[in-house]
Design a protein around this ligand. Structure first.
Ligand code: CA
Ligand code: CA
Length: 214
């Protein structure tokens, strides 16, 4: 766990209720994430994605003037664009992702935001195209079942002005479906916070998720 105090964020339009809020956020991702608030990077997962079983929760406290646009990029580990991990071993597999987060008023403890299907998530890396790739004796990224789909990250997707209305809603996944999840139990989660990801927990490998809280 580590704590970063982000610099106060300046808005071009001052809403009536622009009192700065101090927020404590808890985030758990399989395997890695980075988070921006109103376009400013606030937190990056402290455990590199290349660390085996890089499951861990992070907590950060920051100050923001509402409204607050939360933007999280989350990645499931993949050895290459085939989407597989443990390639060539008996454990060769697609691997799975999963993301849960909550944002509390650091003073009152009130829940300000959680991961749920009000977030919109764009899948920017999907692989393998065909699940048969997982059983391939020679999985080559981009070939046959091991094809992949990549979407360019919109340059300004973390900024409040970005319009994500054509992005799909986040897909909710059960806590049981996201397994294993070391570090998850170190946080006391709001019952409203849900696991989200793209529709396919295994083959959606990198997602961009965002929500604006008024
Ligand atoms: Ca994973
Ligand atoms: Ca995967």
């Amino acid at each position: 766990m580590r704590t970063i105090i982000a610099a106060p964020l300046i808005l071009t339009v001052a809403p009536v209720f622009a009192e700065p809020l101090t927020i404590t956020a808890d985030i758990w991702a399989d395997n890695w994430f980075e988070m921006s608030v109103n376009g400013t990077k606030v937190l990056e997962d402290s455990v590199p994605i290349t660390t085996e079983r890089s499951f861990n929760a992070e907590t950060v406290t920051f100050t923001v003037e509402p409204p607050m646009t939360i933007a999280i990029k989350a990645m499931d580990f993949k050895e290459n664009d085939s989407g597989l991990e443990y390639i060539g071993t008996g454990r060769q597999q697609m691997g799975d992702g999963g993301l849960i987060a909550q944002f509390m008023d650091a003073v009152t403890g009130e829940t300000i935001a959680v991961t749920d299907d009000t977030m919109r998530c764009l899948v920017v890396h999907h692989a393998p195209i065909d699940r048969a790739c997982e059983r391939s004796g020679n999985p080559v990224a981009g070939q046959g079942a091991c094809g992949f789909e990549m979407t360019a990250e919109p340059e300004d997707w973390t900024l409040p002005a970005f319009d994500p209305s054509d992005w799909p809603q986040a897909t909710l996944h059960s806590a049981r479906a996201v397994d294993p999840k070391d570090g998850y139990d170190t946080i006391s989660w709001s019952p409203q916070a849900q696991f989200i990801w793209g529709p396919d927990l295994e083959r959606d490998n990198t997602i961009l998720c965002r929500v604006t809280i008024e």
